[in-house]
Design a protein around this ligand. Structure first.
Ligand code: HEM
Length: 346
């Protein structure tokens, strides 16, 4: 008799959870917690998250991206970077989008972001359209993840199944932004350490650095390589000569900090594996790009070579690493909120 009632109980509980799972995509039996209120909680991210609540979400994101990138092709790169700068600071929670307010010190003025990060108005436009169709449903953090994937695809890069269901933070972290986002003059050791801190490994580092196959960088971010790489007033000797001369002609020793150059000079708006080919030729723009080949730690050199030879391998690995990036400490379930306006908490 006791056995029968226990069995019945198990069946009822199973039925209850199955029903919940259908009603709320993303609901699961994983009751764990990371101790910071950040989710490995009872909800996890899933590609079907908006299947019933906002089935048009990806179409709306893509239609805005198509319009915007037709006018400004660089915007694809800027949006991909925005998701990265969101995820490396207290997880993928839309914190990078918050403006200064009485309770918020915005991340927009951090060293990596100031005069540099772009694309906020595109996210705001997508959010405004989504609020008309499915109010208070799609989080700003998910919009960033969708915009990063859409931008990659529109630039000719890979598509991936994108887990969704992130909530938005009610906080931002200027310090976190300064501390966690790697600076361009980083050593390889540094880069690996900053990625490890986010649960990402050496493979993710090389693979995601492949994002620099699109977009631009300001003179101030690579000037040191041209004029004083090691404190001896000499250029970085790994720079190929003609590339080096070309860069000095657009990036003077003093001034010109905000003049921009392509990260991939051969195809700056096309998502391909040229970035890795250029590094091998001594034509990677940032120190952080170059050290993936010459930094002499771990296996990064071989990864650069593999990706330069095999674009399909790069694309497949990029898809995997982008999902890992997007899974960094999301707020889910009852944690966080869905902002009405991405620039401020509700
Ligand atoms: C590995 C460490 C990384 C470093 C040190 C780094 C550094 C930089 C710097 C300095 C710029 C130029 C910013 C400016 O001049 O205003 C830049 C641009 C860019 N970064 Fe990275 N980055 C890294 C990793 C990543 C990752 C993981 C992604 C994406 C997943 C990414 C995507 C981009 C893109 C697309 C641009 C061009 C943005 C634009 O044109 O607006 N970067 N990065």
């Amino acid at each position: 008799m006791a056995f029968l009632s226990v069995s019945f109980g198990v069946v009822v509980v199973f039925f209850l959870f199955s029903t919940l799972s259908i009603a709320f995509p993303g609901f699961s039996f994983n009751w764990g917690s990371d101790g910071n209120g950040r989710s490995v909680g009872s909800f996890h991210l899933t590609p079907e998250f908006y299947q019933y609540s906002c089935p048009q979400v990806n179409d709306i994101v893509m239609s805005v991206l198509e319009q915007v990138t037709a006018k400004d092709p660089r915007m694809a790169a800027s949006l991909l970077r925005l998701h990265f700068h969101d995820c490396f600071v207290q997880g993928c929670d839309g914190s990078v989008l918050l403006d200064d307010s009485t309770t918020i010190i915005s991340e927009k003025q951090s060293n990596p972001n100031r005069k540099s990060i772009r694309g906020f108005e595109v996210i705001n436009e997508i959010k405004a359209k989504l609020e008309e169709v499915c109010p208070l449903t799609v989080s700003c953090a998910d919009i960033l993840a969708l915009a990063a994937r859409g931008s990659t695809v529109l630039s000719g890069g890979p598509y991936w199944e994108l887990p969704l269901g992130r909530k938005d933070s009610k906080t931002a972290s200027l310090n976190g932004s300064n501390r966690n986002i790697p600076p361009p003059n980083s050593t390889l050791q540094n880069l690996i350490q900053l990625f490890n801190r986010q649960g990402l490994d050496e493979i993710d580092l090389v693979t995601l650095s492949g994002s620099h196959t699109i977009g631009m960088a300001r003179c101030v971010t690579f000037k040191q390589r041209l004029y004083n790489q090691n404190g001896n007033n000499q250029p970085d000797e790994t720079l190929e000569r003609t590339y080096y001369h070309g860069l000095t002609s657009v990036c003077p020793k003093s001034g010109g900090d905000n003049i921009i150059s392509p990260l991939d000079l051969a195809s700056p708006t096309k998502f391909d594996n040229t970035y890795f080919k250029l590094i091998i030729l001594g034509k990677g723009l940032l120190n952080s790009d170059e050290v993936l080949l010459t930094g002499n730690v771990g296996n990064t050199m071989n990864l650069v070579r593999s990706y330069a030879e095999d674009e399909v391998l790069f694309f497949n690995r990029f898809a995997i690493s982008m999902v890992k990036l997007g899974n960094i400490s999301p707020l889910t379930g009852q944690n966080g909120e869905v902002r009405k306006n991405c620039r401020r908490v509700n």
